[in-house]
Write a new protein. Structure first.
Length: 149
């Protein structure tokens, strides 16, 4: 149960195949329980879940997020083997699409509210990144998992 006296957070896990599912879940929450989105104190995400969180807190309308995902999936399907084609570069496409649709001040809008989960390769430890200095840093962290920290 949602207790308005206490704060809550939303978390979106990683897995690119969940992207369309998240679109439906966000649409449902927006329509039937908008307080869950507007009242969430923090958003957590990894991989595609972090991209959803960044778009939500960036104030990007859901129909724009649908355009974003449609553009990505169309480019994937333009190759004979889809996402498995050697020339398909998901990071480059995601970065181009995010650059196009996210506002210039996205780093200010999401700092301290979006927590992006990364894995540190040296010891396989988890790192949460939540402070961003530039839009490029947001893109680096959410698309490629690179942190400037």
């Amino acid at each position: 149960m949602c207790d308005p006296e206490r704060s809550w957070s939303l978390s979106f896990s990683g897995c690119g195949f969940l992207f369309p599912y998240y679109l439906g879940a966000i649409d449902c929450m927006s329509e039937r329980a908008p307080h869950l989105l507007s009242g969430a104190r923090h958003f957590f995400g990894s991989s595609c879940g972090s991209i959803q969180s960044v778009f939500l807190l960036g104030g990007v309308p859901l129909n724009t997020l649908v355009k974003f995902s449609g553009g990505y999936f169309r480019r994937a399907m333009s190759h004979s083997m889809g996402v498995l084609h050697p020339s398909f570069n998901p990071s480059q496409i995601l970065r181009e699409q995010m650059e196009r649709y996210l506002p210039a001040n996205i780093h200010q809008l999401i700092s301290g509210r979006v927590f992006i989960s990364l894995t540190r390769v040296s010891d396989w430890g988890n790192v949460l990144v939540s402070e961003f200095q530039t839009k490029d840093e947001v893109l680096d962290v959410s698309v490629t998992g690179l942190s400037h920290a």
